[in-house]
Design a protein around this ligand. Structure first.
Ligand code: HEC
Length: 507
C-alpha cells in the first residue's frame, strides 16, 4: 500500500520549490518560518529572506576520520553547471532540532563504472545460494555506512568532498517534492499507513512508514544519464546496467513494545507527520523494520533480482543492523500460479510450494511471522499483501499510466483473472508495461523523479490552454510580485483534487 499513496501525492505536490540551487551561495540551507515546515534542500526560490532562518550545522566531530566533511561553501565545484538538486522538502524549524542534516548524494558518475567495481556477491548463484547472496549483498550495502557509534549517524553520506562513500552511493533527486517529500534529518520520504496487526498480532496501534533509498555507482550512472541536463530529463531507453544495486531502509513509527521483532530496535529521528492522514510535522522516533534490495544481475532471466530483509531484534546482534534477517528472494512473478490467497494479519508465515521464482526463508526461528505478497510471492512486512516486489516494480514508468497494482483501480479485476494477471507477467528489464509510455526500468523512484519535475515545471512556468480561464489569470496577476510564494503557502495542507492516478490509487 505504501507505493501508490506515495506516488499519487508525489504527483499531487502542493509546495513548489526550486529543485536545484547555486552551490556558490554560502548561506546553505534555510528553513521557512512562515510555512513552518516546507523548505527546499539548499536555497529556496521565492523565499523572503527575512522569513528564513539557518538550520543548525551538522556536528562534524562524529564523522569518522577520513570520510572528509567540508562545509558547503568551501566546495563550489560540484554538480552540473554549478547546480544542486534539492536535498529535502521539510525541515524542523530552527531551534527544534540540533543534529545532522541530510545531504543528497548527487555527484552521479558520468559513465558506467569499470568492471573492477562490480560487487563481488554477483559471483554467487542467487538461486542455489540465495541466502549467501542476500547476506553478501547486505554486507556490500552496509560497507562504510556503519560507523560504529550512534546509529543516527549511519548511512550519512558526506558528499562535499570526494570520498569512497560518495563515489559509491547516490540518492534519487526530486523526491523532496510534494506533501510526502523528503524530510531533512535522514532524507526519509513518507510512504504508507500501517494497519493494526499488520506487523504482529500484538500490534494495536496504527502508524506509518518512512524510507530512504541508495543507488550504487552503476545505478547512479543511470540517474546521471537521465538527469545530465537538470532542465530536460533524458527518457530515451532507460536501462540500468548489470551491477546496479539499490537498497532501501524502511522505518515505522509503531511503538516497538507492540511488535516482538522490534525489540532492540534501531531508532532514527525523522521530521514526520503526526499521523498518516495529518500534514502537521514533528520530530519523532521511528524503528527500522525492513530493508529492500534490487540488483541488476544479467544472469537473472528478467535481468533483475529482488530481495528483502526483516528486522528481528531477538537475534541480538552486536551490530544492530545485522538483525536484518533475509526474508526471501524473487527473480520472477510466477505468471502461471493463479490461486488466490492473502495472509494480511500474520501469526504464521505461509509459504507457497508452487512458486518457482520466489524463495522464502524456511527458518521460523529466524524469520518473524510475516504476511508475504499475493499468494506467497515475495513482499515485506510493510508491503501490500496482494502484490509482490516485481509485480509493483514492473509498472515503473516515467508517466504512471497504469496503477502499481490491480487493486488500485475503481473496480479491480478478479484475483487470478487475465486482467489481474497483467500485473504478474514476467517483464524484462527495460521492457514497457504500457507500450506507449517509456519505462523507468523497475525503478519507481526514477519514474517519480521525472513526474515530480514535470509537475513542478508545469505549475511554475506554464499553464496549459486546457486549464486557462480569464478569471484564474486575473487572480494570478493580482498577486504578482510574490505570487509563487503565496501559492505555496496557501495550498499547504490542502491537496488539490487531482488526477486520474490519485483517484485510482486512493481507493
Ligand atoms: C505496492 C507497490 C510496491 C511493492 C509491492 C513494493 N514496492 Fe518497492 N517501491 C514502491 C514505490 C512506490 C517506490 C518509490 C517510493 C519509495 O522510495 O518508497 C518503491 C521504491 C523501492 C526501491 C527504491 C528504488 C526505486 O526506484 O524503486 C527499492 C529498492 C524497492 N522499492 C524494493 C522493493 C522490494 C525489494 C519489494 C518487495 C519486498 C518492493 N519494493 C515492493 C512500491 C512498491
Amino acid at each position: 500500500m505504501r507505493g501508490p499513496i506515495w506516488i499519487a501525492s508525489g504527483l499531487l505536490g502542493f509546495i513548489c520549490w526550486c529543485a536545484w540551487a547555486d552551490t556558490h551561495e554560502p548561506a546553505g540551507r534555510r528553513v521557512s518560518a512562515v510555512a513552518g515546515e516546507a523548505v527546499a534542500g539548499v536555497d529556496v526560490v521565492g523565499q523572503p529572506a527575512s522569513e528564513a532562518a539557518p538550520v543548525a550545522k551538522p556536528d562534524r566531530s562524529i564523522l569518522k576520520k577520513g570520510v572528509g566533511y567540508k562545509p558547503q561553501a568551501e566546495n563550489a565545484e560540484r554538480g552540473r553547471a554549478g547546480k544542486r538538486f534539492a536535498d529535502f522538502g521539510f525541515m524542523p524549524p530552527a531551534g527544534s532540532y540540533e543534529g545532522r542534516v541530510f545531504r543528497l548524494s548527487q555527484n552521479y558518475p558520468q559513465q558506467v563504472p569499470q568492471e573492477d567495481r562490480l560487487p563481488q556477491f554477483l559471483k554467487l548463484d542467487f538461486q542455489r545460494e540465495w541466502r549467501a547472496y542476500l547476506l553478501a549483498a547486505r554486507e556490500y550495502c552496509f560497507d562504510g555506512h556503519i560507523k560504529g557509534g550512534d546509529v543516527e549517524d549511519d548511512f550519512f553520506i558526506p558528499d562535499d568532498a570526494p570520498n569512497e562513500l560518495s563515489k559509491r552511493w547516490f540518492h534519487m533527486p526530486w523526491q523532496h517534492f510534494g506533501p510526502y517529500g523528503r524530510e531533512g534529518i535522514h532524507g526519509l520520504t513518507k510512504e504508507a499507513p500501517v494497519q493494526p496487526r499488520q506487523l504482529a498480532e500484538s500490534q494495536t496501534s496504527s502508524g506509518q512508514t518512512y524510507a530512504v533509498a541508495f543507488f550504487n555507482d552503476f545505478g547512479g550512472s543511470t540517474i546521471g544519464r537521465v538527469w545530465a541536463d537538470p532542465a530536460q530529463p533524458n527518457l530515451h531507453d532507460i536501462r540500468f546496467p548489470h551491477g546496479t544495486v539499490i537498497f532501501k531502509l524502511l522505518f515505522v513509527d509503531i511503538p516497538p513494545r507492540e511488535v516482538p521483532c522490534l525489540c532492540n530496535p534501531i531508532r532514527w529521528q525523522g521530521y514526520i507527520t503526526e499521523t498518516f492522514p495529518s500534514t502537521k510535522r514533528r520530530v519523532a522516533d521511528l524503528s527500522l523494520i525492513q530493508m529492500d534490495l534490487m540488483v541488476r544481475d544479467d544472469r537473472s532471466p528478467l535481468g533483475w533480482v529482488f530481495g528483502t530483509y526483516q528486522y528481528n531484534g531477538a537475534q541480538s546482534k552486536k551490530i544492530l543492523w545485522e538483525n536484518l534477517v533475509p526474508l526471501g528472494i524473487q527473480w520472477g512473478n510466477d505468471p502461471d500460479v493463479r490461486d488466490h490467497h492473502v495472509n494480511d494479519q500474520p501469526n504464521k508465515t505461509i509459504r507457497n510450494p508452487k512458486l518457482k521464482e520466489t524463495i522464502i526463508n524456511e527458518d521460523d526461528t529466524e524469520l518473524p511471522p510475516t504476511h508475504l505478497g499475493w499468494n506467497g510471492r515475495l513482499n515485506g512486512p510493510v508491503d501490500n499483501p496482494q502484490s509482490s516486489c516485481m509485480s509493483c516494480h514492473a509498472t515503473a514508468q516515467v508517466r504512471q499510466k497504469s496503477p502499481l497494482s490491480p487493486t488500485f483501480q475503481r473496480t479491480p479485476p478478479a484475483p487470478g483473472s487475465d486482467a489481474w494477471m497483467r500485473w504478474f507477467q514476467n517483464y524484462r528489464c527495460g521492457e514497457r508495461f504500457d507500450k506507449d509510455v517509456p519505462t523507468a526500468d523497475f525503478s519507481i523512484q526514477l519514474g517519480i523523479s521525472v513526474q515530480n519535475y514535470q509537475k513542478w515545471r508545469s505549475e511554475e512556468i506554464g499553464i496549459s490552454a486546457k486549464n486557462y480561464t480569464h478569471k484564474a489569470q486575473k487572480a494570478k496577476a493580482a498577486s504578482e510580485g510574490d505570487s509563487r510564494f503565496t501559492e505555496r503557502v496557501n495550498t499547504q495542507g490542502k491537496p488539490q483534487e487531482s488526477s486520474r492516478i490519485q483517484r485510482s490509487f486512493s481507493e
